[in-house]
Write a protein that binds this ligand. Structure first.
Ligand code: GLU
Length: 497
């Protein structure tokens, strides 16, 4: 048997370090067994999935040197590897489950289900799908299908007892069936949910081992039950511990930059990032802290993963990156790496039109554009107090902008500009006064070229991180304040569209 593992990211938003972390362990496991590693794009959520995000997943995993054997961009024997191109396959399997009596049609409208949940809550029960679709008679189903009534397909779930399975990393896990709902498998739009698509694909693609994040553990009963219904052998499942912030909370972009591209833009070496991710819950048998992907593959042992939540701490990553720079780069290689990073035509060329009109000597270029080649700009109290807005208002502006940018799907200059303009108007702040804190956050000064141009070139990851860093430097928002602001922001949102 050839070992086949996969990473199956959903292309919604920025490529997450958590994705790279899970990819790394699946890659090492496959390589160690002389197996194959597959990239599958799980884009059945048509509203949230974007092509840009998919491209960023490719780019960031490639940058890290984690290459896959089969994938949407590479093809392979088991394609297509993008779920949106496999809709007919899932429909066929959903039909099979219905025919076998393991899944059923449900015609309940969303309003009807809301009502059901409200009633359950009023009775003090846990809101749960009550199986009403199981009561449709065959005639009724026929009639409603013929009439074109919208429906979903749900899977049957045992009513009693509990489900046990053997997790590769955790041993025996037991979950009572009562905690599991009759999962929707096929949505009204005819596309599958994660559950159906994931099982069908892992099976058809010959995946033998699935290592994924702990957050998926509660879904294991449904997945394994589906394998059961189909009469297929389930792959070995193992649930990796979640990455955590230094304060032990689940790694979140509010506390730590989570986009892989942020680490690229900040000037980390991909080798160091991979090395750091490899140390999340795992260690080399000889305790060595610095190791390459190849070293990791050669010494890999999945059973050495420890389950206590590993802390993703950028300061430790700095230390490790420094080691890599000092010990592994000759001066010539350092120069080359620097060029690849930002000192190249591709990065510098779009800066020229922004800089040219503002200098009289080349010697002014570096001071003017230094923030385009740095991490977090220096923000001092006197810069903040020189702003026209009060300090509290500055914090509010930065927070609102930060929320707005989190939701921006296309990082494009005109989109950024019109969004900010609408926000300043909605907040009732003059555009100049509104933009000044943004200049400080992004450039560390209010007198430089267009901050929107700068943000476009810096990219979403670094721009967002700078705004968050500035906000934190000013004391962030207290819990109470954040709640109030969120409410205010939601009201403004109506004016923003
Ligand atoms: N699409 C899921 C995700 O985004 C895949 C989970 C799995 O590996 O089964 O994480």
């Amino acid at each position: 048997m050839t070992v086949r593992t996969r990473i199956a990211p959903s292309p919604t938003g920025d490529p997450h370090v958590g994705t790279a972390y899970i990819a790394l362990f699946n890659l090492c496991f496959a390589r160690q067994h002389g197996g194959e590693f597959i990239l599958r794009i799980e884009d059945t959520d048509q509203v949230r999935s974007t092509k840009e995000s998919e491209q960023k997943i490719f780019d960031s995993l490639r940058w890290l040197g984690m290459d896959w054997d089969e994938g949407p961009d590479k093809g392979g024997e088991f394609g297509p590897y993008r779920q949106s191109e496999r809709a007919d396959i899932y429909k066929k399997y959903a039909q099979q489950l219905i025919n076998q009596g393991d899944a059923f049609y449900c015609f309940a409208t969303p309003q009807e289900l809301d009502e059901m949940r409200r009633e359950q809550q009023a009775r003090g029960e846990r809101p749960n799908y009550d199986g009403r679709g199981l009561n449709h008679s065959t005639d009724e189903i026929k009639r409603r299908l013929a009439a074109g009534d919208p429906y979903v397909v749900r899977m049957k779930i045992p009513e009693e007892g509990s489900f046990t399975f053997n997790d590769y990393l955790r041993g025996e896990v037991e979950i009572p069936w009562q905690q599991i709902d009759m999962q929707v498998l096929l949505k009204q739009d005819g596309l599958p949910t994660y559950f159906l698509a994931n099982v069908v694909d892992d099976h058809l693609m010959g995946i033998t081992h699935v290592f994924r994040g702990e957050e998926w553990l509660p879904s294991a009963p449904k997945l394994i039950k589906l394998y059961d219904y189909f009469g297929w052998e389930a792959p070995v499942l193992g649930h990796m511990p979640l990455l955590r912030n230094p304060d032990k909370s689940k790694l979140s972009k509010r506390k730590n930059p989570t986009s892989i591209l942020y680490y690229q833009r900040m000037g980390y070496l991909p080798e160091a990032v991979v090395n750091y991710l490899g140390r999340m819950g795992w260690s080399m048998p000889d305790g060595r802290e610095k190791f390459s992907l190849q070293d990791m593959i050669e010494n890999f042992d999945m059973k050495r993963v420890s389950l206590g939540g590993p802390i993703f701490d950028p300061e430790k990553l700095d230390w490790l990156n420094g080691l890599w720079i000092r010990e592994d780069l000759s001066d010539e290689q350092f120069l080359q790496a620097l060029r690849n990073w930002a000192f190249n035509d591709e990065y510098v060329r779009p800066l020229i039109p922004l800089i040219k009109g503002r200098v009289e000597r080349f010697s002014q270029v570096v001071p003017l554009a230094s923030f385009m080649f740095s991490g977090m700009p220096e923000l001092t109290e006197d810069k903040v107090s020189a702003l026209r807005l009060e300090r509290d208002e500055v914090r509010r502006v930065l927070q609102f902008v930060s929320w707005q940018l989190d939701d921006l799907r296309q990082w494009e200059k005109s989109e950024l500009f019109s969004g900010l303009k609408r926000l300043s108007k909605a907040m009732g702040i003059k555009m100049g006064d509104f933009m000044a804190p943004l200049f400080l956050a992004i450039a560390g000064t209010t007198s430089t070229f267009s901050v929107v141009d700068a943000m476009q070139l810096l990219g979403p990851d670094l721009s967002r991180a700078r705004i968050r860093a500035a906000l934190n430097l000013l004391g962030g928002a207290s819990k109470k304040e954040a709640k109030r602001w969120e409410k205010e922001y939601r009201v403004l949102l109506d004016e923003l569209v």
